[in-house]
Write a protein that binds this ligand. Sequence first.
Ligand code: TYC
Length: 102
Amino acid sequence: MVTKNHEEIVFEAEKNKITTPPMFKVILLNDDFTPMDFVVLVLQTFFSKSQEQATQIMLKVHMDGVGICGVYSRDVSETKVDQVVAFARKYQHPLKCVMEEA
Ligand code: TYC
């Protein structure tokens, strides 16, 4: 029978450590120019929110300055931020959308 010493056990534990991937919040920021109905459309189109959910989040951003659209993996969050910013710029709105580790 082969016995493992302390160092070997520590090494194996480190090697086998399961790391959970980080998650990221996608956040909308308020501004004075982007129309409210455009923000609602963004939340419905890119974050699968209902009209009611989207309106609540939009009003939260309007009142507080920031609001969470959803929490996703790094890749999905990056894609959503890029899609929202591209869509807003296409219609010449200054809407800001960022991501932050959850
Ligand atoms: N403050 C904007 C307005 O009064 C509405 C708005 C809401 C803009 C949310 C951006 O992320 C935003 N038209």
